[in-house]
Write a protein of this length. Structure first.
Length: 566
């Protein structure tokens, strides 16, 4: 739960940028309906509406007015969900990116009592786009039921499946327990249900240790294990088998097409979040301020400061992007010069010029936006420090669930910090300075100057000498102990990369000798160093000793990382 001072910054980044609201609820009147009723009245026919708002408009009016206060004049649109049938909800959702907040009724199909299928399908559609969406599910139904149905309806099946052999081993263990204690298997399966399943999905990295300690929702299961002679591995296997059985029962309701990680609250304040959707839940009986309900849910989520920085950047881009764009386009002579270069080039040279031009335009645009984001970050940090008790580790633990006072976690933080400051995600379409590539089982770094690596700018002499091969200097990186940070880590001898989910460290020369010579070679990249289409793969020639003479041996190579600074 966010502290009061931190809550103000959450509101500034998530609530204040809201400009438009879309309500999908069949209790609400639409403009078409109101105009039709007026037309009927003029014609002398019955103008009554079967909807609840007609007999009791105060609640609906209160909700709409809450979005149209003097200090919050939001644009409100209404869709009554009448024509949102199977398949049609996709068409409705395709336009939702135009709204900053979606207020969604749970029961859009009144012919099916307590059925939220249509609403869940709409949110599934939102999860598939790249626009961040705030959603509040506003319902007359029990919130626990609605929350559970949305959670299972948005959650994808687990990717961790047991092999047939593991399933058979688990079944044998359960049968052995039944043989020793009558009724054992029934009690075991009763001890692992939806509560345990959702806990395991929310805490995939530590639910097994929690079970082994006999804690949390696994206490009953752990107690049953005590009357068996199961090993630690046996207990893990049986729990995973039982959880798979629970998932099988839930699978028909789950989201088969989602690849997004889902998180949710374990507190009375209910929310569900994916990378592109944040969903809060509110009951219609409360007649409360829906924006306040969203605010409470966001506070309970307590997003990290780094997320607030980036969210503020997105908001500023939306709010001030046009003005910033005008400032970025002010140097028309330079812009004309760049554009002439684009027009007067072709092939790979044009591709290089386009990348450079886009990068320069982006830098100019961001330079106009960043000062306000930096001001926001400054205010947030100063507020955090002034409201802390002096223990900054506590602040970090509260936001990131990382205890920097713990030696193991602190070392992991240092490794990830080193990886972040010295390397970045790979980019580009040809080999260039700072690319780190895997070749022949070893990691290499391209050290030739970037100006010598542009495929379209090779000199005539180089082409005559090497043909389509691009010579470059490569240094073989020496791996270091991944569990330790070298004492001389500040000497610029080291590179840290994120590889397969963990941080790997390398040295430019022998890690045990700071004065040792780097292991460097002149290598030759085929096709002028250009990557194969839609990949980071390329071919390299390396001169090696054959049986009697030097030979050129060809290797397959792939760029796996890149230095952040050349």
């Amino acid at each position: 739960m966010a502290n009061e001072h931190y809550s103000e910054f959450i509101e500034e980044t998530f609530i204040d940028p809201i400009r438009s609201v879309l309500i999908i609820d069949d209790d609400y009147p639409t403009f078409d309906e109101i105009l039709q009723m007026r037309e009927n009245q003029n014609a002398g026919s019955d103008a009554d509406s079967p909807k609840a708002w007609y007999k009791n408009p105060e609640r609906i009016k209160g909700v709409i007015n809450s979005f149209r206060t003097s200090n919050r004049p939001l644009l409100v649109d209404i869709h009554d969900g009448e024509n949102v049938t199977v398949g049609k909800e996709v068409e409705v959702a395709a336009h939702l990116h135009q709204s900053d907040l979606l207020v969604l009724d749970y029961e859009l199909d009144k012919s099916k009592e307590r059925d939220g299928t249509r609403a869940i399908r709409i949110v599934r559609r939102l999860m598939s786009n790249d626009h961040f969406n705030l959603v509040i599910v506003h319902t007359n139904e029990d919130l626990n039921l609605v929350f559970d149905e949305f959670r299972v309806g948005l959650l994808s099946p687990s990717s961790n499946s047991l092999s047939q052999q593991q399933k058979e081993e688990a079944q044998e263990l359960i049968e052995d327990g039944e043989y020793e204690t009558e009724g054992f298997s029934q009690r075991m399966f009763e001890s692992v249900g939806n509560e345990q399943y959702y806990h395991s999905r929310l805490h995939p990295s530590n639910f097994l240790p929690v079970m082994l300690r006999g804690q949390g929702p696994y206490a009953a299961f752990a107690d049953l294990c005590e009357i068996t002679d199961w090993t630690t591995e046996d207990r893990r296997l049986v729990l995973q088998f039982a959880l798979a059985q629970v998932e099988q029962e839930l699978r028909s309701k789950m989201n088969p097409s989602s690849s997004s990680d889902l998180t949710w609250s374990e507190a009375p304040t209910k929310w569900i979040r994916s990378e592109s959707v944040f969903i809060a839940f509110s009951t219609k009986q409360d007649n409360g301020d829906l924006l306040d309900e969203i605010r409470k849910a966001l506070d309970n989520w307590n997003p990290q400061p780094s997320r607030l920085f980036l969210t503020k950047l997105r908001a500023e881009m939306d709010e001030r992007g046009v003005v910033a764009q005008g400032q970025a386009l002010g140097d028309k002579y330079a812009l004309a010069h760049w554009y002439k270069l684009l027009l007067d080039s072709d092939g790979s040279q044009r591709r290089w010029y386009i990348a450079e031009s886009v990068s320069r335009h982006s830098e100019q645009l961001l330079s106009a936006i960043l000062p306000s984001v930096e001001d926001f970050a400054t205010r947030l940090i100063e507020s955090e420090v002034s409201n802390s008790d002096g223990d900054l580790n506590v602040l970090c633990k509260g936001h990131f669930k990382v205890d920097l006072a713990n030696d193991i976690q602190r070392r992991q933080a240092e490794r990830e910090h080193n990886a972040f400051v010295c390397s970045k995600m790979r980019e580009g379409w040809h080999l260039t300075t700072g690319h780190i590539f895997l070749m022949g089982g070893n990691h290499w770094l391209c050290l030739s100057p970037a100006c010598d690596m542009v495929p379209s700018q090779l000199s005539k002499q180089r082409i005559e000498t090497f043909g389509e091969r691009l010579p470059f200097v490569g240094v073989q990186l020496q791996p270091i102990d991944d569990g330790k940070i070298p004492k001389d880590v500040q000497t610029n001898r080291y590179v840290f990369l994120q590889i397969d989910g963990s941080v790997k460290g390398f040295c430019f020369n022998n890690p045990s000798g700071d004065n040792s010579a780097p292991h460097w070679h002149t290598l030759y990249a085929e096709h002028r160093g250009k990557f194969f289409e839609d990949t980071f793969e390329f071919e390299v020639l390396r001169t090696e000793m054959g049986i009697r003479q030097l030979i050129a041996k060809k290797y397959e190579a792939e760029v796996i990382g890149q230095l952040r600074y050349q």
